[in-house]
Design a protein around this ligand. Structure first.
Ligand SMILES: NC(=O)c1ccc[n+]([C@@H]2O[C@H](COP(=O)([O-])OP(=O)(O)OC[C@H]3O[C@@H](n4cnc5c(N)ncnc54)[C@H](OP(=O)(O)O)[C@@H]3O)[C@@H](O)[C@H]2O)c1
Length: 252
């Protein structure tokens, strides 16, 4: 068993990664901004599964916060064997109407933080000849849906390259690409979700299980469910005007 560092571990998919990895017997480093939520999860999972859990409260869009997590990720005395780059958020409005600072923070969180942490853990993983990196992207990476799609497409392209490049040295790099999943994601961005039928929604438990299975199998890209595999296939043939879908609506 090894240590897994999970970003965005205070809710949704990150909290579920923490549960499933603790259940497998891995020690954890939990990262997010809300310390109390992380400490609550650490107490619960530590008691239930008997694993060691560190809490790092950090804002990954802040250079100081990211720097703290990078230092921990590089620490050779407590090696990280599994990295889950999961922290993320969405932007409700179109690119031109968002403040540029919001767009910059969004890009930093999805791309700069994930890239920095990959860069921090890879030398140790390669030296040990084993490791798993899961970059939580999205099915949106295959669709033309604003800067969210663009950032997630970076994670998919990077993971596809890195998996070919590092797999032969024992390190699997996997982009996990869920579709709609029931977490706090849409509520936090203030998006109306009433119009999306129940059958389009995945459960976090299933998304994480599929992602861990595909990472263990060394896959570069993991798309949970037949529905969203079909969406990825459709994205190769349908015109962008159709794939873009309707504009997001604010929650009422
Ligand atoms: N839910 C979906 O439908 C869906 C679909 C495809 C992909 N995804 C992706 O899945 C990932 C997880 O999202 P989720 O659905 O689980 O949403 P969520 O429940 O809102 O969780 C987001 C997590 O990211 C953390 N976070 C946000 N901003 C942060 C920051 N600046 N620094 C550090 N941590 C930060 C949050 O914790 P704090 O607030 O405590 O910092 C929280 O733990 C995201 O990358 C998202 O893009 C989600």
């Amino acid at each position: 068993m090894t240590t897994a560092l999970i970003t965005g571990a205070s809710s949704g998919l990150g909290a579920e990664f923490a549960r499933q990895l603790a259940a497998q017997g891995h020690d954890l480093v939990l990262v997010a901004r809300h310390r109390e939520r992380l400490e609550g999860a650490a107490r619960e999972l530590g008691t239930r599964y008997g694993v060691e859990i560190e809490v790092l409260a950090a804002d990954l869009t802040d250079p100081l916060g990211l720097g703290t997590v990078v230092v921990r990720a590089k620490d050779p005395s407590r090696p990280v064997g599994i990295l889950v780059n999961n922290a993320g958020h969405g932007l409700l409005h179109d690119f031109h109407s968002n403040p540029l600072t919001d767009e910059v923070h969004h890009l930093r969180l999805h791309v700069e933080a994930a890239m920095s942490l990959c860069h921090a853990v890879l030398p140790g993983m390669l030296a040990r000849g084993e490791g798993q990196i899961i970059n939580v992207a999205s099915v949106a990476a295959f669709l033309p849906r604003g800067t969210y799609s663009a950032a997630k497409a970076w994670l998919v392209a990077f993971s596809r390259w890195a998996n070919v490049h590092y797999r032969r040295s024992g390190v699997a790099v996997t982009a996990l690409c869920p579709g709609f999943t029931r977490t706090e994601f849409h509520e936090r961005m203030g998006m109306e979700t009433r119009w999306y039928p129940g059958w389009t929604w995945l459960r976090a438990e299933r998304v994480v299980r599929d992602g861990l299975r595909d990472s263990a199998a060394g896959k570069a890209v993991s798309v949970p469910s037949v529905l969203y595999k079909a969406v990825v296939l459709a994205s190769r043939v349908l015109p962008d005007a159709l794939l873009g879908g309707p504009a997001r609506r604010p929650r009422r």
